[in-house]
Design a protein around this ligand. Sequence first.
Ligand code: ADP
Ligand code: MG
Length: 701
Amino acid sequence: MRLKTAGDLLKHFPTRYGEAGDVKSIEYLNAGENAVVFGKIFKLKTAKTFKSRVAISTAEIEDSTGKIKLIWFSQPYIAKMYFEGNLVRIEGRVSQKRTKIPSEVEGELFFSNPKIEKVSEIPEGTSDSLFTGEENFNLTPIYPESRGISSNWLYHAIQKIFSSQILDEMEDPIPKEILKKYSLPSLKTALIWIHAPRKKEDAEIARKRFAFEEIFFIQLDRQKEKFIAQKEKSFLISKKDEEINDFIDTFPFPLTGAQKKSIDSILGDFKTGHPMSRLLEGDVGSGKTAVAATTSFAAVTTTPPNREFGNLQVAYMAPTEILAEQHFESFIEYFAKYKIAVGLITGSGAKKFPSKTNKEKWTKISKPQLLKWVANGEIPILIGTHALIQKTVQFKNLALIIIDEQHRFGVKQRMQLRRKHDIAPHLLSMTATPIPRTLALTIFGDLDLSLLDELPPGRQIPETKIVLPHEREEIYERVRAELKTGRQVFVICPRVNDPDPDKENTINAKSVKSETERLQKKVFPEYKVGAITGKLKPAEKERVMRDFKDKKMDILVATSVVEVGVNVPNATVIIIENAERFGLAQLHQLRGRVLRSSHKPYCFVFADSKSQKTISRLKSFTTVHNGFELAEADLQQRGSGDLAGAKQWGVSDLAMEALKNIKMVEAARTEARALITKDFELKKHPLLAHHLSSKAVVHME
Ligand code: ADP
Ligand code: MG
């Protein structure tokens, strides 16, 4: 989070509103309540905790009835802002220290991270009843705290901005007509209502406005990309049905209905003369590669316009080297009979199929040699990692770009792929990440959608079991039995390292580091346990994944980085620790890791929660095997502050809330489309144009 300007601060919204609580005498404070006290402040001190070097400010406040300790974490400036004996108002939650001696029932009370304000006098008779009248009812904004910026500091900073002229000078980027049409408040009103609401409804309407704004901006950007794409020309690819069917007939399986439908839509797009922009969404194992291969076949067997021979080309990009290699191998299988050459380019080198000496095999070749053949059109299919978008890679007739699991790949990136022509390539973006419809409509608003909502027949359904704490040993024995038959196991933990025990509210979740040690030393000493986390460098990650694939280890402990599709068919068991901390869609994707084999897969879900809600949420995971359904359930059930999804998709928590509301998403989409169609460069809306060209727009690469 960057908070540099007043505007940034104003866009840093409260996550919730706490009722301040009654004004009380210190003597009457109870643990766990919210309260306000007035008094003199003493004993201001700042120190750092020994281990984590977190600054802790402490002080005491005293009124005529007693005194209580105040503690602030990571706010060293507090001690510097007040002097001994200052009169202050303290507002916050009364906490109680835990005592180590069981017989000593009550620990000392203290305020933890309270809001503090200087006051000129102590209101008289601060009794329990005096300040609870209607007029004193207030909704105190509570801000998300981060990097040493406290809710309290934000509150004061924003109050200061409100007392300046800044609000009056701010221009509203959303056109007035749109605000009026959907009964949304103006920017100024909404800012006041969100930071200093008089009533709950005002805060809600303000939040709605900002949610609309965010979705509207994203939609504008996507609709603009779509508009640009529609104006472009692309290669016409128009194959006869028989030719396509002959290709499909070479597969060792019949296509599913969903695969057929997706292929038809794509081949339809190929005939329009304008570049396709399509998202193919399908669970792990739903057979996206076959769709990619069939449509690639249509492209590479098409002759460039006004030419007697030669072929159009396909670029196929994967997020990791291992995945690129996997695709290279499956494409060789699909295309070998047709004698169609396939190239592979990654950070570590280049390969080509077929080899000159052995037509059945691929061979390593030099990158310059491969690139030469790509540039003169001799290699019709080039598969690779990000290495594909380097300047040195030039295509002769690039007609189709296929992107696997890259989430966003817009017009700009599309144009980055070098080619010797100004005809725009078609774009097929593929993902196994199940996302709710409203989210797809928003962040992929420029793309048409195809769903592979049908798994090939005969797939094993994994046995999913919620494991209670007392069943842990029993489950480990079942896992051991699987290991004995030579299978491999994933163990997923939510954290990389152990939490810092000094921090308040430490989250009691398993870490990859300590779980790897524990499993190796205490549980499965006879097997080899390895670890992988997102903290590793890409090359190291690749190495660990490859070692696991090559069975140099039996158990791989990981954070959720293993989500994105590496194929380890021998891994049939996945254990998920602290499953209560993952979304359903995310759990589903993790479970997908063990669906690649013909052996029976198992998913053991360890949950540390006693909450009935969490357990019933996890129960739905054991019975529902459809990623889209789980993603929708996730969205509907998510509470505020539940950032998993928001972070993943680069939208704010507020916008995620709004995505529950299909009407709002459709309104934002309709309005954005109308504006772009009328005024593509947004000449009449310079503020909007400015927003689009600057930070307001999310791009995920
Ligand atoms: P994903 O959608 O995860 O990329 P893949 O394309 O890797 O899935 O396909 C997973 C496996 O299913 C592959 O081994 C593939 O050959 C096989 N497969 C694909 N389509 C079908 C089908 N219609 N019937 C049976 N098996 C299929
Ligand atoms: Mg795949």
